[in-house]
Ligand binder design. Structure first.
Ligand code: M6R
Length: 609
């Protein structure tokens, strides 16, 4: 939530900051703001809405300066407005800062500061930081003032701070919200993630919780809470700028849907050994023996990644014989989870920064469980904090609605099933069969894209509908939920995802001619039962769009519209059945002119609880 970017070096800061904000915009777009050191002053501009509104406000005005900080906001404390937009400053207008995270004890701090005369100009939690630094600066230099401030606050932060009296420095600090420092030829760019950095450099330094960096145009020094210098390693990032751009598509979401065959290939590359019916997962090598003894897996994740976890439950239990529980990360940490030495906790997360998932992993670690991760963003907090894991290699996912990360997660979960299964009872023949079918998935996905225009037409036909019921059984039950989530989040349409068998226990009451259903009716072990469910809807006048297996002509007589997907192994069906649902939601929303990449009220990575 929220994106911060800062620059210090020899170039003009403003264009770098604005470009950086645009690349971070998927983290939040309620308001944007920038502060630049310019001619001995700090010039600040803010605007409500997307970064383009900030650009319009600046309107080509030259704000020369080689140091600056900027922010794109996802509102938590205080509604989206100019006064609540970052950067925030102190009473003396010397200290300006941008913040990603939440200061939980801001109310008490604010009350104390007000008692001693500080005047606040916003409703945010963030502003207390500027006033606290101002207060401490009366006694100690700025760096120590920042440390004392941070020692006082509870909560999370990724912070960038400039002080009018220290015109050659930026201070950045991290606790619970990510912060990456990009090392470029003539300076440094610091951001919430690598998106604004990749166009300048692939050399980065990941700050850890409790670390602060003092950055000047010529160097930086990282210290920890004990004020001790920390030596940092430079890491290399492997995402390119091209991967993060739209490549001619109208939206990132459509580009990312179309990239799925490649994302699945990349997830399998060097890992799927078809001949041996095996998966080789380098990231799990060190824990392979412990995994052999594992009796239970608990998957913790959120949103789309949670649905990937639900699919995994079917895979792991059916083919690896491992009891698997899937939990919303936000619930797991507040329960009393029962974990033991034979239980591993697996986080599935695209961003690797989701606060709830991170907290769940930390809780699991506290309880002594082995922690594993399936993470897309290399070097992200969850990737670094888990004991072992597997990277997706899906490339940057910019659209707020997750698409290619999901099918990439499913591919890795299928590999993980092979890995765990072959450690246990799975035969070579079964392993080979799964591996062969998995290897075919990218080509099968491409076949679905041939029907894109048909799916677009169906989306148009139903564009007047304001409610949908998405239904699926077994492996496709999580896909029904994912389909419903996609259309909810990007088209603002009410949709419910349900296990088909549950429909008759309540939701069927919703059905009438104006309440269409999307039924996943592939030819699998529950096909006949699914057909019965469809009959029940039709008997009540409901319209049905079916996702069916290629060649199933008979279903056309039963339903109103059919989208076909190729035949595959039942456990791999979700990798295909989700694709038409992504396209349906995309065309439905894009057809209404909605901003599908940046749906209202949402942000790509949810770094607040
Ligand atoms: O980065 P993560 O995978 O941890 O994110 C989890 C959810 O926030 C995410 O999947 C969210 O539900 C997406 N908007 C879904 O499209």
């Amino acid at each position: 939530m929220c994106g911060i970017v800062a620059y210090i070096g020899k170039k003009e800061a403003l264009p770098i900051l604005i470009d950086g904000l645009k690349r971070l915009e998927y983290r939040g777009y309620d308001s944007a703001g920038v502060s630049v050191f310019s001619g001995g002053k700090i010039i600040t501009e803010k605007a409500v809405g997307k970064v383009v509104e900030l650009e319009n406000k600046i309107n080509g005005r030259d704000i020369p300066g080689k140091i600056g900080i900027a922010h794109t906001r996802w509102a938590t404390h205080g509604k989206p407005s100019e006064k609540n937009a970052h950067p925030h400053c102190d009473c003396g207008k010397n200290i300006f800062l941008v913040h990603n995270g939440i200061i939980e004890n801001y109310k008490e701090l604010k009350a104390d500061l007000e008692k001693i005369g500080h005047k606040f100009s916003s409703d945010t939690d963030t502003e207390v930081l500027a006033h606290l630094i101002e207060e401490y600066k009366k006694q100690v230099p700025i760096k120590e003032a920042v440390w004392r401030t941070l020692a006082h606050v509870e909560g999370t932060y990724g912070l960038a701070i400039i002080d009018r009296n220290e015109p050659e420095k930026i201070f950045v600090a991290r606790n619970g919200s990510p912060l990456v420092l990009g090392v470029i030829d003539d300076g440094y760019i610091i951001a919430s993630d690598i998106a604004p950095i990749v166009r300048y450099t692939n050399q980065v330094i990941y700050l850890e919780d409790g670390e602060m960096a003092e950055v000047t145009p010529c160097g930086f020094q990282v210290t920890n809470l004990k004020r001790k210098k920390v030596e940092k390693e430079i890491s290399k990032i492997d995402w390119t700028l091209e991967e993060a751009e739209k490549k001619g598509y109208d939206h990132f979401m459509l580009k990312e849907i179309m990239e799925q065959p490649e994302a699945v290939e990349n997830a399998m590359r060097g890992r799927l050994v078809v001949k041996e019916g095996m998966a080789k997962l380098g990231g799990l090598r060190d824990v392979a023996d412990s995994l052999r003894d594992l009796e239970r897996l608990v998957i913790v994740s959120c949103g789309t990644s949670f649905y990937a976890g639900l699919v995994a439950k079917y895979m792991f239990e059916e083919y690896a014989g491992i009891r698997t529980d899937v939990e919303f990360a936000s619930e797991f940490r507040y329960r009393k989870p029962i974990l033991n030495q034979k239980t591993a906790v697996l986080a599935i997360t695209q961003s690797g920064e989701t606060a709830d998932t991170l907290a769940a992993i930390r809780e699991a670690k506290n309880k002594g469980a082995m922690t594993l991760g399936i993470v897309n963003v290399v070097g992200s907090t969850i990737a670094r904090e888990t004991d072992a894991g597997v990277y997706n290699h899906a490339g940057p996912e910019i659209g707020v609605a997750s698409t290619k990360a999901f099918t990439s997660q499913l591919s890795i979960l299928a590999l993980f099933t092979l890995f765990l299964g072959r450690q246990r009872d799975m035969s070579f023949v079964m392993g080979k069969r799964i591996a062969e079918e998995l290897a075919k998935v990218p080509e099968l996905m491409k076949k679905i894209f041939k029907d894109s225009q048909k799916i677009k037409k169906i989306a148009k036909k139903y564009s007047g509908s304001s409610d949908f019921l998405y239904l699926g059984r077994k492996y496709n039950y999580p896909i029904a939920m994912e389909g419903a989530l996609k259309i909810k989040e990007i088209a603002y349409v009410h949709a419910e995802g349900y296990p088909f068998g549950e429909m008759k226990h309540g939701p069927i009451a919703l059905i009438d001619e104006n309440f269409p259903s999307v039924a996943i009716a592939t030819r699998d072990s529950v096909y006949e039962k699914t057909l019965s469910g469809i009959q029940e809807i039709k008997a009540r006048g409901g319209k049905v769009i079916a996702v069916a297996t290629a060649g199933d002509k008979s279903i056309e007589k039963l339903v109103d519209d059919v989208i076909y997907i190729p035949k595959t192994l039942e456990m791999l069906t979700p990798l295909l059945s989700v694709v038409p649902l992504q396209l349906f939601a995309y065309y439905f929303a894009a057809g209404k002119g909605l901003d599908v990449d940046k749906p209202r009220n949402l942000a790509k990575s949810v770094t607040v609880e």
